[in-house]
Design a protein around this ligand. Structure first.
Ligand SMILES: [Zn+2]
Length: 288
């Protein structure tokens, strides 16, 4: 190992230790009330309580301008609305062929060398975040930018915190948790390498000033979280880990974790109140 690599390793390990320390300090009474169902995003989701109650962001009530939607209820993505069942099936087939409906969870892994070849930089990101994770697949990145722009018009500020994560990034994170806490405990709060859909370049964690740009469980109660829950589907995104579906997704409620699936699937998942697992099964869609 070169000196440079050694220094990099020490810095990474130090950052992980500091993050964990902050987590412990801030959450002495945190309880795991959903059994072994863990969080997908590691300890960052534990930073609950560091809420910045800035009234500037706490009282935003302006609704998005729904008149600008196109027929699909979306805000101008390229995908056209499904006109009939054949058309709908074709749109879903195309989305699946592009890999937009890939299923990654505790039963469905992606291989270590899986890396999208069309990663594009996200231009709206929270301060002090890793530059390496600032990417999404091109179509998802474009949709994300459209969504953030439209939210801003409604006075809602949304920023990316983490998007693409390589297998090795996730592996380092997970291995470190296992070394310190043991695998059983690590599995309650961190996705294993290959089991994080951040590796697909289709997932993005978001945050806002109202929660100090942290990944907070009460984000869903904030104006930004509510805006996303109501509007993300119009841009092809779903809330991947919704409340009440923990036993199906295997992960706790995460109001900050969005997944791009394309307009047709997102709209149907939103309207039918499904998890991605349920939707793929009901529509007999291959998860690869
Ligand atoms: Zn996430």
């Amino acid at each position: 190992m070169t000196n440079e690599k050694k220094i990099k390793s020490i810095i990474i390990i130090s950052l992980i230790l500091i993050e964990s320390f902050v987590w412990i300090i801030n959450n002495p009474d945190n309880s795991w009330n959903i059994g072994n169902i863990g969080g997908a995003d590691g300890s960052t989701k534990k930073l609950v309580g560091q809420v910045n109650n800035d009234p500037q962001y706490g009282n935003v009530s302006e609704k998005p301008d729904v008149n600008e939607r196109n027929q699909n209820g979306s805000f101008g993505n390229k995908e056209e609305p499904a006109e009939n069942d054949d058309n709908r099936k074709q749109l879903l087939k195309e989305a699946a062929e592009k890999g937009l409906l890939i299923l990654v969870n505790k039963e469905n892994s992606v291989p270590p060398d899986y890396k999208p070849d069309d990663l594009k930089a996200i231009k709206y990101f929270a301060p002090d975040r890793s530059e390496a994770s600032r990417y999404m697949r091109a179509e998802a990145a474009e949709a994300f930018h459209q969504m953030v722009d439209k939210a801003a018009e409604a006075g809602v500020e949304i920023k990316m915190t983490t998007a693409y994560r390589s297998y090795h990034f996730q592996k380092n994170l997970y291995d470190n948790y296992v070394a310190r806490k043991g695998q059983a405990e690590a599995d309650t709060f961190s996705a294993k390498p290959g089991q994080s859909e951040h590796q697909t370049g289709l997932a993005v964690d978001v945050s806002s000033p109202s929660v100090g740009y942290q990944l907070s469980n009460d984000y869903g109660d904030k104006v930004e979280g509510k805006w996303l829950a109501e509007n993300a589907y119009r841009f092809g995104f779903i809330l991947r880990f919704p409340k009440g579906k923990e036993h199906i997704t295997g992960f706790q409620y995460e109001p900050w974790h969005l997944r791009y699936v394309g307009l047709t699937a997102a709209k149907e998942i939103y309207e039918q109140g499904l998890s991605l697992e349920e939707y793929l099964q009901q529509n007999d869609i291959e998860s690869r």
